[in-house]
Design a protein around this ligand. Structure first.
Ligand SMILES: [Zn+2]
Length: 97
């Protein structure tokens, strides 16, 4: 549980705990020394070999989606995050402001 630091290059996920006062942006990955992204606890890391799904994650993060809970502005329902690249592109078109 808790937020996660994710290295999109290594496809690795590290726990960031739940104390938001300790969250850091651009924390460095211990393996490849590039900045990681901080994602919401709702994020479920794909398997390390599932490159396609990691690419989807990267597209979402690049567009400002960090797996925070989102609600559809019309129906008010909670939005499910996309799993494929095609779904992600549609998701971004729909929900990016
Ligand atoms: Zn890394």
């Amino acid at each position: 549980m808790g937020h996660k630091y994710v290295c999109l290059r290594c496809r690795k996920c590290f726990s960031a705990g739940t104390d938001f006062t300790k969250f850091q942006d651009n924390k460095i990955c211990p393996d490849c020394m590039t900045p990681m992204v901080l994602l919401n606890e709702k994020f479920k890391a794909p398997s390390k070999t599932d490159v396609a799904q990691w690419e989807t994650v990267k597209i979402l993060v690049d567009n400002g989606f960090r797996f925070q809970t989102l609600y559809d502005p019309v129906s008010g329902e909670r939005i499910r995050y996309p799993r494929t690249k095609t779904e992600a592109e549609e998701f971004i078109r729909k929900y990016k402001h």
